[in-house]
Design a protein around this ligand. Structure first.
Ligand code: BGC
Length: 813
């Protein structure tokens, strides 16, 4: 309904909402706005309102359990989805996620993330789409349309300017009005107009002096007023600070509940005369409208009565992963691999795939296909070898491979009151999400216990993540018995923080030992609800790094082709912190150089959610970027390496070195982070500074060639004819860039104004018809506080990337 005329069904739902609202007293209303627990709003049976459940988001639907015993399909990272440049594929991803949400009883997906890649140091960039607002908006709109077509709500997030993680709860991002409108608000505006999202999530950070959960101007005037958004506004988790500030700032729901700034505090504010019940009603109305849309308000017809046709999750995950693979270099057409050749695979991530980024986007799939599995299945027996080569993790990580664990809950008398399976060493129980029979009142200790079967002999390190008293025993001996102290800064530190090493044990490969970690439960003070969060961590025995590289080099020398998988770790890319550099961790650069020196046919697969430096890129034959490719990533990689499919991706963000990157700062000073670069981020900034990145925005190769034949622009419709001049069928992402012909220091040299994916067989041509949006010719006029069309002449260029423009024409607007 946002920005569009209400349909009869909308009007019928509004009537049900008004009737329900009229039956609620003040306490019930304010309780609803406070949230019930970590993920849900309270049910109000007196008006037929069911429990409304939300869940992260964006690459899968975790559900209300943060654990591996309730598996979810894990799609590729949002950067990967954006690399497909295909809003229709994003829509199909959304349809699958709605199906997952319905399966798990979830009504609202906490996604998509449409903040921008402002500085390459942003630690959470894997979870956003792009440095470009238009591409971000198009992919985000496709995604929202898909999810909502399955009858499930979305919360487009994080509104607005949550473009980095450093001091995310307090940072005041100082953003000029033009940059705010033309860059950071633009994807939200586009999605509201094109996909009418049923929700928005307001960010932790402050913008120009006002925290986003209280930003009257941006929420009430811009989002709701100018754009006509009619959905609900939920705070990011624990972001709401003050009762009246949030109410006046247009915040509808403060999560997680129930101890929030709403609830009793809001009821008291109304009774004390500081707020009116009408103001409370505004927020409740938005929540009830959402409930009506998703079908948890009796008497209201949900927007989608019957779920769409069943989608095959793993098949779609694989399709997106291969369509997202960006081939940035392919000397002498080394890829696809020649059938029948031998392959030497190396890299720790080839075996222990980094299939997703860390933080609230984490989901637990029931299986993950790593590159080693994918290539083993795709290549003839005997043609593939594997060597670790370099292991970048070199650090404690949540216990997974080789562990068989379960959780035993006891009361203070030591009696067992419940048990739960725990496929990994992470325990993360929020609010009432406890094992059957267990309550926070009765729960005293949780013991994670079971066996560990090492795959390597040597000294294994065990560690603990979390706060409070712990006892760790391995192989019958107590290794730690004491307390881990809380980090004051981040209430989610127990989830995203680093594990602490607590004991080294000499073990033999293949011989299982008993492990046990007992935690006396202490819920952190700052959490708005009770949680049980801790993890058993483990690190493999260190191997001699030179020896590991030598093994991989020997294997590479003996094979026709060497494939090296390099990756970031979850200490590099995650929610909760930013990056300090763009280097590949550990000895991975050394591994690539050594393998490339031994075998000229070296292909490097880069498994990272966002850009890393590739200092050896001109010394290897091919470079393929796989992002965090989701649960089917290994099969998708094999599809592309063998040539069963071509790599379909194009860069949604510029890849270059940190030293050359024009905008890098993510650390506030005195609490403030000024966006001094204005509208010049991403390729707009690289062009302004006349610097050449490693690989430009939009770049990506397929397995065929394309000739750009004609470009015609009639009015604002661009028609581009391209011909597949290569030997196999392929797909091309035709990109259109707009550039003012008269130099204008205030505006970027050019910007993306449209794109389309087309396909054609060998020798055939295809036509891309692209509508250039009015915004492509407008700027935000700060003095007039409005959009203004900049008349004059513009070059319209069609091409393969921002720096590979093949055809041009000039128009006057
Ligand atoms: C993240 C949100 C997420 C929420 C709930 C927050 O820390 O910033 O993106 O949806 O947690 O998990």
């Amino acid at each position: 309904m946002a920005g569009k005329r209400p349909t009869p069904a909308d009007r019928a739902r509004e009537a049900v909402v008004e009737t329900a609202l009229g039956k609620l007293d003040l306490d019930a209303k304010t309780r609803l706005l406070a949230g019930r627990d970590m993920w849900a709003l309270p049910a109000l049976p007196e008006i037929g309102l069911g429990r409304l459940v939300m869940s992260d988001g964006p690459i899968g639907v975790r559900g209300v359990r943060w654990s591996a015993d309730d598996p979810s399909v894990a799609l590729p990272s949002p950067t990967a989805l954006a690399a497909t440049w295909d809003p229709e594929l994003a829509r199909r991803a959304g349809v699958l996620l709605a199906q997952e949400a319905r399966r798990k009883g979830v009504h609202v997906l906490l996604a998509p993330t449409v903040n921008l890649h402002r500085s390459p140091l942003g630690g959470r960039h894997f979870e956003a789409y792009s440095e470009d607002p238009y591409l971000t908006g198009r992919i985000g709109a496709g995604y929202v349309r898909g999810v909502q077509s399955g009858g499930v709500g979305t919360t487009v997030k994080h509104f607005v300017a949550n473009d980095a993680e450093t001091d995310r709860f307090t940072v005041d991002n100082l953003v000029g009005a033009r940059a705010l409108r033309e860059l950071y608000l633009a994807p939200f505006e586009h999605i509201v107009a094109e996909a009418a999202p049923w929700g928005i999530m307001t960010a932790y950070n402050t913008v120009n002096g006002t925290t986003m959960t209280e930003h009257r101007y941006l929420v009430n005037e811009v989002l709701r007023g100018e754009w006509g958004f009619d959905g609900f506004n939920v705070s990011d988790w624990t972001a709401a600070r003050s009762t009246l500030g949030a109410l006046r700032g247009g915040l509808d729901v403060a999560m997680p509940g129930p101890r929030t700034v709403y609830g009793e505090a809001l009821a008291a504010a109304v009774r004390g005369g500081d707020a009116t019940e009408a103001e409370v009603d505004e927020a409740v109305r938005n929540v009830l409208r959402l409930a009506a849309r998703v079908g948890v308000l009796d008497g209201a017809e949900p927007v989608v009565a019957a779920p769409p046709a069943e989608v095959d999750g793993p098949a779609l995950a694989r399709e997106i992963a291969r369509r997202a693979l960006v081939l940035v270099r392919n000397e002498d057409g080394i890829l696809p691999l020649r059938p029948g050749g031998t392959v030497a695979l190396s890299g720790a991530a080839a075996r222990d795939a980094r299939f997703l980024g860390g933080g609230s986007a984490t989901v637990f799939p029931d299986h993950v296909v790593c590159p080693l599995d994918g290539l083993t299945a795709a290549l003839p027996e005997g043609s593939l070898t594997y060597a670790v080569g370099a292991d970048p993790s070199g650090e404690l990580a949540v216990a997974t491979t080789g562990f068989e664990l379960r959780a035993i809950c006891r009361d203070s008398a030591g009696e067992v009151i419940g048990t739960a399976g725990s496929p990994s060493g992470q325990i993360q129980w929020m609010g009432d999400d406890l094992p059957d029979g267990v309550t926070h009142e009765t729960l005293h200790t949780v013991e994670l216990t079971g066996t560990f079967t090492p795959r390597e002999s040597g000294p294994h390190t065990f560690g603990i993540k979390g706060f409070g008293p712990f006892r760790l025993s391995v192989d019958g001996t107590t290794r730690f018995d004491g307390e881990q102290l809380a980090d004051e800064g981040d209430p989610f530190g127990g989830i995203f923080g680093a594990p602490v090493p607590r004991g080294e044990v000499e073990l033999t490969a293949g011989e299982p030992v008993e492990v046990s970690l007992t935690h006396v439960v202490t819920s952190p003070e700052r959490m708005p609800l009770k949680v049980v969060v801790f993890a058993l961590a483990h690190q493999e025995p260190p191997r001699d790094e030179d020896e590991l590289i030598a093994e991989a080099v020997a294997a590479a020398r003996a094979a026709e082709t060497a494939v090296v998988v390099v990756a970031t770790t979850d200490r590099v890319e995650s929610e909760g912190f930013d990056r300090t550099d763009l280097r590949l961790p550990g000895r991975q650069d050394d591994l690539v150089r050594a393998v490339a020196a031994a075998n000229p046919r070296t292909v490097v697969v880069v498994n990272s959610g966002s850009p890393v430096e590739l200092p050896w890129r001109d010394d290897v034959a091919a470079v393929l970027l796989s992002w965090f490719p989701g649960q089917e990533g290994g099969d998708a990689l094999a599809d592309v390496l063998t040539g069963a499919h071509e790599p379909g991706g194009r860069l949604p963000t510029t890849w270059g070195s940190l030293a050359d990157a024009p905008v890098t700062r993510v650390t506030p000073e005195n609490g403030e982070l000024p966006y001094t670069e204005g509208v010049f981020i991403g390729y707009r900034a690289w062009e302004k500074e006349r610097r050449t990145p490693a690989y430009p925005f939009g770049h990506g190769l397929g397995y065929t060639d394309w000739t750009y034949e004609t470009l015609e622009v009639t009015g604002t419709t661009a028609t581009v004819r391209v011909r597949n001049s290569g030997a196999r069928p392929g797909r091309e992402v035709v990109q259109l860039y707009v550039a003012p012909t008269a130099p204008d220091a205030e505006r970027p040299a050019r910007w993306l104004a449209g794109f389309a994916v087309v396909g054609a067989g060998p020798g055939e041509s295809a036509e891309a018809v692209v509508e250039l949006p009015p915004r492509a010719f407008e700027t935000w006029d700060e003095a007039a506080n409005s959009w203004s069309r900049v008349k004059g002449s513009y070059e319209i260029a069609a091409g393969r990337s921002v720096s590979d423009r093949r055809l041009r024409t000039t128009i006057t607007v």
